[in-house]
Write a protein that binds this ligand. Structure first.
Ligand SMILES: Cc1cc2nc3c(=O)[nH]c(=O)nc-3n(C[C@H](O)[C@H](O)[C@H](O)COP(=O)(O)OP(=O)(O)OC[C@H]3O[C@@H](n4cnc5c(N)ncnc54)[C@H](O)[C@@H]3O)c2cc1C
Length: 435
């Protein structure tokens, strides 16, 4: 059996590895000149790196951990303390009613726990929950603005790959359940951001690619068209055309809708791809010779541009690295400014957070606008909107003929994360075998 895999991100590479283990013939295509997709490093002059994309994993991410062990990668624990006590120190000082806030989070987690990830719509309230905007639902639960803002920032923080705007209560609950987040809230001291790979999470993709065989991965090969002809599927790239028995699409749905299908995908599949919208995130880093910040390594904010910032130094960085995120609509605002204006805004905020003019003495500034990346979209992760589960749950992640949908967005477990990408990458090979 011959399989064509579109996308050399972590999910496409996971599929390729499994296909290789099973003795299948396969080719991986990627439009870019390197593997890794949403995992990407920036090299610093001192020989160390800054991670511009996905970087953290945790002890629930079992498949990622297995790969790390098999590939012989080194890991280290992040020094972050992200339990309730530390997360909301600042907001408590501002008057956050912690018991009421915790009770609301408890309730949300309890609701999430009732869902069956194998049959989301099976819950008697699923239909109604999908018809409600999450933010509107929160408004009915509390009229305390600080609690509302804290819920918002908590979800954006713990699920840095997700944003609760313009999405349904059901989708938020799905994300919580999918990511085992009920546990994050109460059991993790470092939240999601528990561990990292020395040299960056992208090494997982790079080493995997070597194990798969670089000769099986065609880079600079953008897939333009997918044609189903009888039992065969033909991939047309900017380079050539290739025939397969099955094709796996390991892309964010936002990118899949750019591909021309012949015959066209059924209208409901096209509508599903269009229903996904991208989350908005801007990740920036400053490096410093002195560590002027203190405390537990991170800050969570309900006001200003920066919603969270965290120490991000690795064992190989010479200087101290400080990373921050601007999310949601604030991202659009900050990106509309010049780089110099942007830096000034961020530095002023960091100075205020730590009450230290040392904030201005940085040695390196890195930023990456994922919107500029033509082969990647839907960042951090594409998400469904209100009522979309109601409309599309029957076809979500289901194949169309011999075309199969993979990628972190179509994983029922750890949706939106590298672990989800790997799990879906494996699962889709089983789907093909069952056919
Ligand atoms: C800033 C940021 C921070 C993140 N933080 C974390 C984190 O800390 N932990 C975590 O687990 N996850 C994190 N994530 C999410 C994680 O990176 C993604 O879920 C995961 O990498 C997605 O993998 P994928 O293989 O599904 O898709 P992708 O990585 O997007 O791979 C898709 C590939 O397809 C290629 N492609 C697209 N269109 C075409 C085409 N037409 N033809 C050929 N090739 C094409 C792209 O070039 C890309 O290489 C983060 C993401 C971002 C952007």
């Amino acid at each position: 059996m011959k399989i064509g895999i579109i996308g050399a991100g972590i999910s496409g590479l996971a599929s390729a590895m499994k296909a290789k283990e099973l003795g299948m013939e396969f080719t991986v295509f990627d439009g870019r000149d390197q593997v890794g997709g949403r995992l990407l490093n920036k090299d610093l002059v001192d020989g160390s790196i800054i991670e511009l994309g996905g970087q953290w994993f945790n002890h629930h991410h079992k498949e990622v951990q297995k790969l790390i062990d098999n590939l012989g990668l080194l890991t280290f624990a992040t020094p972050v303390k992200a339990d309730f006590e530390h997360l909301f120190e600042r907001e408590v000082k501002m008057g956050l009613d912690l018991p009421k806030f915790k009770a609301l989070i408890d309730e949300i987690c309890y609701m999430a726990d009732q869902l069956d990830l194998n049959d989301l719509m099976n819950h008697p309230k699923a239909k109604n929950w999908d018809a409600i905007d999450f933010n509107e639902w929160i408004m009915y639960q509390t009229n305390d603005q600080l609690i509302k803002d804290s819920v918002n920032v908590l979800f954006n923080w713990h699920f840095s790959n997700f944003q609760v705007d313009n999405t349904s209560l059901l989708n938020v609950l799905f994300f919580i359940k999918s990511n085992n987040a009920v546990k994050y809230f109460f059991e993790f001291s470092a939240g999601l951001n528990e561990q990292r790979i020395v040299g960056g999470l992208v090494l997982l993709a790079k080493k995997l690619a070597r194990q798969i065989g670089l000769e099986n991965i065609l880079l600079n090969s953008k897939v333009l068209k997918i044609e189903q002809k009888g039992n065969k599927v033909i991939i047309h790239t900017n380079q050539d055309s290739y025939e397969f028995d099955h094709v796996i699409i390991g892309l964010a749905p936002e990118m899949t809708k750019e591909i021309n299908f012949e015959p066209p995908l059924p209208p409901e599949n096209i509508a599903l791809m269009k229903a996904f919208s991208k989350t908005k995130v801007y990740k920036f880093s400053f490096t410093y010779e002195t560590k002027f910040w203190d405390g537990h390594g991170f800050n969570l904010k309900t006001s200003g541009y920066i919603s969270k910032c965290i120490e991000n130094t690795t064992v190989i960085n010479k200087d101290y690295v400080f990373v921050g995120f601007v999310i949601g609509d604030k991202k659009d605002v900050i990106m509309s400014k010049s780089v110099e204006e942007r830096k000034q805004i961020l530095l002023d905020e960091i100075k205020t957070i730590y009450d230290s003019a040392e904030a201005y003495n940085y040695s390196d500034f890195s930023e990456y606008n994922w919107d500029d990346e033509i082969f990647k979209d839907g960042y951090f992760v594409s998400k469904l909107g209100i009522n979309d589960w109601n409309k599309y749950h029957k076809i979500w992640s289901k194949p169309v003929g011999n075309i199969h949908f993979s990628g972190a967005e179509f994983s029922k477990n750890y949706n939106g994360f590298v672990e989800g990408g790997v799990q879906r990458g494996y699962e889709v090979i089983d789907e093909i075998l069952k056919k």
